[in-house]
Design a protein around this ligand. Structure first.
Ligand code: KG4
Ligand code: ZN
Length: 360
């Protein structure tokens, strides 16, 4: 079967076409025929963040172009006959953006007479791991860290989830983006912070800064990152007048020192709470997903932590970097697993975008 999936929950316009061979296996070998993501980074860069109405306008502009490209790439001339299922992210995300994808999918459903499977974006970040790994054992713990969410999830099986904890304020990616802005770095901040952190040569340099690790020792599985951003702001303001900003080398070194400490503070908190959940729930698999999980240092430290963990062997699954950030392959894979929940063309009017949709 072939699934055409649409993802517009934030600032990436994604369309993917997935081929699934006929099989009795629960998790087949998915074949990605097409995976296009039109990024809006350049549009949002001047503002240092995503503006929902601007993002919606870009989705409306990009969707027909990306759709045409996907159909051309896969030689699909008669979608009505050649596509079996449509999938669309209907939440959580930015409401105007979600509607852009949902409305187009409804129109396609009507004109091609193909049913729709609505997809939860967070579940997509988890299940995209099935593209490269079939060996997910349960119970599993999933850490989804993106620009909009930071959630620790207990997964009992595909389709059965419990949110153990989540951020009480900013998401981890949002924290990276805001801290990067304070340091004068472009949007999106996560990759910029990672790039700068790699340049840190002397961990004991005189410029060493020390930031808090909010909620690291609390008994729950919740997170809080807005205090970290405030600490960065005050520390940065103190650092700058004391030095000559005109000294570009010194300024660059200060940025590096701050970026690497922000990155480590976020990793420390995520790692501590996640390992607590892994051990507490005797997880057999740890799954990472969401844009922040593209961070190589985070990946390295999670791998190391699992190696030195005393508990039973836990396998770590993380998607390759281009599938950690938003894409529609994740939407298509999730729709495959929930193909029984498809909505018939005659009923698609009931499908709504839900900005605060929760995984359960
Ligand atoms: O999952 P995603 O693409 O979109 C949302 O669902 O929000 O995640 C985007 C977030 C942004 O905040 C971005 O700064 C962050 O992921 N991000 C990273 C890296 N790449 C993207 N954060 C840290 N290191 C990275 N390499
Ligand atoms: Zn996402």
């Amino acid at each position: 079967m072939k699934i055409l999936a649409i993802e517009t929950s934030c600032d990436d316009t994604g369309i993917a076409i997935l081929k699934i061979p006929k099989t009795k296996a629960q998790s087949p070998n998915f074949v990605v025929l097409s995976n296009t993501v039109a990024s809006q980074i350049e549009v949002h860069k001047p503002y240092g963040g995503v503006y929902p109405m601007l993002a919606k306008r870009e989705h409306l502009k990009n969707l027909p172009i990306v759709l045409k490209k996907a159909l051309k790439q896969t030689n699909i001339s008669d979608p009505k006959k050649q596509i079996d299922l449509l999938a669309v992210t209907n939440g959580p995300g930015l409401e105007p953006c979600l509607w852009a994808g949902v409305n187009l999918t409804k129109e396609l459903s009507k004109s091609w007479e193909i049913p729709i499977v609505p997809v939860n974006h967070i579940e997509g970040h988890i299940l995209v791991n099935y593209l490269e790994n079939k060996k997910i054992k349960f119970p599993a713990i999933a850490l989804v860290v993106s620009g909009g969410h930071t959630q620790l999830i207990l997964m009992k099986k595909i389709g059965s989830y419990k949110i153990l904890g989540e951020t009480r304020d900013d998401a981890a990616g949002e924290c990276f983006d805001k801290c990067a802005k304070i340091l004068g770095l472009p949007y999106p901040g996560g990759p910029e912070i990672e790039k700068l952190s790699k340049k840190l040569k002397d961990k004991n340099s005189k410029l060493k800064v020390s930031l808090p690790r909010p909620m690291i020792n609390t008994k729950d599985y919740d997170f809080s990152f807005s205090g970290l951003k405030t600490a960065v702001l005050y520390t940065w303001q103190k650092m700058i007048p004391a030095r000559k900003v005109s000294d570009r080398t010194l300024y660059g070194q200060m940025q590096i020192a701050m970026a690497s400490e922000v990155q480590q503070a976020v990793i420390d908190v995520l790692l501590k709470k996640t390992m607590k959940a892994v051990n507490g729930y005797k997880a057999k698999t740890l799954i990472l997903g969401g844009g922040v999980s593209a961070n190589q240092e985070l990946r390295r430290q999670f791998q190391k932590a699992l190696k030195t963990n005393n508990s039973t062997a836990v396998e770590l699954f993380m998607p390759s970097a281009n599938l950690s950030t938003d894409n529609a392959v994740m939407t298509a894979i999730t729709a495959y697993f929930h193909r029984n929940k498809k909505i018939a063309t005659s009923d698609v009017t009931i499908l709504k975008a839900e900005a605060n949709l929760r995984i359960k």
